[in-house]
Design a binder for this molecule. Structure first.
Ligand code: SAM
Length: 115
């Protein structure tokens, strides 16, 4: 939040674009949204990139927590919670969702985010 405040002071733009890689259930997405609301008068967009599929090797991390995360991802619950949570962002904040791994998604986003 401090960084977003700083940007708003330094850049004097009234619109900001945030690229979030790894949104999970959307807690951090809500924080970006709060920043846009507070420091950019709700003018901005958040591009969320996440594969929303299991990504931790249970063989390497065989803990109960990781198993729970794994199960929730398999049942698509994490993406459902993400979609539920982002409903609470102001309508003026555009949310762009890209389901996939950053290495596949980011190359195609690069040009569009720069414009
Ligand atoms: C710790 S969670 C993120 C938590 C979230 N930022 C928050 O604070 O609410 C990590 C997320 O990153 C995603 N992730 C990991 N590697 C990724 C990659 N290469 N591309 C896209 N998403 C990735 C996972 O799917 C997972 O949802």
């Amino acid at each position: 939040m401090g960084t977003m405040w700083y940007l708003s002071q330094k850049c004097k733009h009234n619109h900001v674009q945030v690229l979030e890689v790894g949104s999970w259930c959307g807690a951090s997405t809500l924080t970006w949204g709060e920043c846009i609301e507070k420091y950019f008068n709700s003018n901005g967009s958040i591009t969320c990139v996440d594969a929303w599929v299991h990504y931790i090797d249970l063989g390497v991390n065989p803990t109960e927590d990781i198993q729970m995360m794994h199960d929730a991802l398999r049942k698509n619950e994490v993406f459902d919670v993400f979609k539920h949570n982002i409903q609470f962002l102001p309508n003026s904040i555009e949310i762009k969702i890209h389901k996939g791994w950053s290495q596949d998604i980011l190359p195609s986003l690069k040009k569009r985010l720069m414009t």
